[in-house]
Design a protein around this ligand. Structure first.
Ligand code: ZN
Length: 308
């Protein structure tokens, strides 16, 4: 089975993670623009960050056989720095139109301040104008109210719920998110967000329509195999294969495919891995390391039946 992780911050992860993800069946990822842990002090840091997402990181993923997309947005935490937020808001429209950008995100609330509200609304309007999907980060504190409010504001701005992914859901929020017609994403993130045994119970109770499983893996203690491990556990525990496929692969494609930037052929017929390739003069290799070079053929077909 193929899997897709539609929320993972690979910039903070290692090459080992890419190798393990590819081996576990992850064929593609969406990397949302977010907070880096260290607060940024100037808009130039955002320019370099956005360029990394659409440039170097996408190249790096390709060197491990994983298709990489991203979302662009001003995260809620840094919305509270007015001069920075104003400058970044000027950059965002042009980055949203770059290849491989599948949504405006992750945007929404953290502490639910008036400034977070202001820049969230401005970015919802931008998404509407550009006809792009939206990825919403819901707050970890005051989760239920923050999640309802995130959707209320989308409704108020006239967004189509079918183009909005509400992320970091849990048992407390899932019912309302589904009933209101939004995509309900769940981040399998150790200790803080969701565990995968709980996720399996949600799939059992609510089915997989509109449900998306992701890892939200980042620079914290997180799990790059969150999607693949949840899929395996769900299958072991009797969740129908069709539902596992929806939640761990197909729904992410449906939701973010609405950008016109993502289609299944992107990873079904991947270019062969050639780690001698360079991006602006740099390869992922260091020193005398032996590059991995695949023969130029598709890696994911049954055409070559003989295994030697
Ligand atoms: Zn995130």
């Amino acid at each position: 089975m193929r899997y897709f992780d539609s929320h993972i911050h690979m910039l903070a992860r290692t090459t080992d993670d890419y190798e393990h993800m590819a081996a576990a069946g992850i064929v593609g990822v969406v990397e949302p623009a977010f907070w880096l842990g260290q607060p940024r002090t100037q808009a130039g840091s955002f320019i370099d960050y956005f360029d990394s997402l659409i440039g170097w990181e996408s190249f790096r993923a390709s060197q491990f056989g994983i298709k990489h997309y991203c979302t662009i947005g001003l995260n809620p935490k840094e919305s509270n720095n007015i001069p920075l937020a104003e400058a970044v808001m000027k950059l965002i429209p042009r980055y949203c139109e770059k290849d491989g950008v599948v949504a405006v995100g992750e945007i929404g609330y953290d502490e639910q301040t008036p400034l977070e509200d202001k820049y969230y609304r401005l970015q919802l309007e931008l998404a509407k104008k550009l006809d792009l999907p939206v990825m919403i980060h819901t707050p970890h504190r005051d989760k239920k109210r923050g999640t309802s409010r995130s959707m209320d504001v989308c409704d108020e701005h006239g967004l189509d719920p079918a183009k909005v992914v509400v992320d970091h859901n849990n048992e407390e929020t899932v019912k309302e998110t589904l009933e209101r017609g939004y995509w309900a994403a769940f981040s399998i993130y150790p200790s803080t967000k969701m565990g995968n045994a709980r996720m399996v119970e949600i799939l059992r109770q609510y089915g997989a329509r509109q449900v998306i499983v992701d890892s939200a893996c980042d620079w914290g203690i997180s799990e790059p195999l969150g999607v693949a491990k949840t899929a395996k556990l769900a299958l072991q525990q009797g969740i129908p294969e069709a539902d596992v496929r929806l939640a761990c692969y197909q729904n992410a494609l449906e939701a973010y495919g609405q950008s016109g930037q993502m289609k299944e052929e992107d990873w079904l017929n991947p270019v062969a891995i050639d780690q001698r390739a360079v991006f602006e003069g740099n390869s992922i290799l260091r020193g005398g390391r032996e590059p991995k070079v695949e023969a130029a053929k598709s890696r994911r077909t049954m055409d070559d039946l003989i295994i030697e």
